[in-house]
Design a protein. Sequence first.
Length: 114
Amino acid sequence: MTTLLIALAGGLGSAARFVVDAVVTGRLGSRLPWGVVVVNLTGSFAIGVVVGSASGLTQTVVATAFLGGYTTFSTASLDSARLALRGRGGAAVAHAAGTACACVLAAAAGIAVA
């Protein structure tokens, strides 16, 4: 039963990521990967809140599965690589470093809030 809950929650998290990314990109454009930035920041904050306030199966299903499916380091890395390949090396470095630092701070803020 736990495996089924994790699979379902991970799939829902991935679907939520797709929707949030599309909405943010639709509003702000695709010159910079703002959709993935928003997803990773909100997901990192939420993971901090869940880890700081839940335990056991709830923490596993929500943090590991749903929010693990929602956040996406691989897509953020790809976005940085695409910026570099388009000749925007400074933006690529800023995006990679900024996303990593901001997500760590967001997770810490979530734990503090919880």
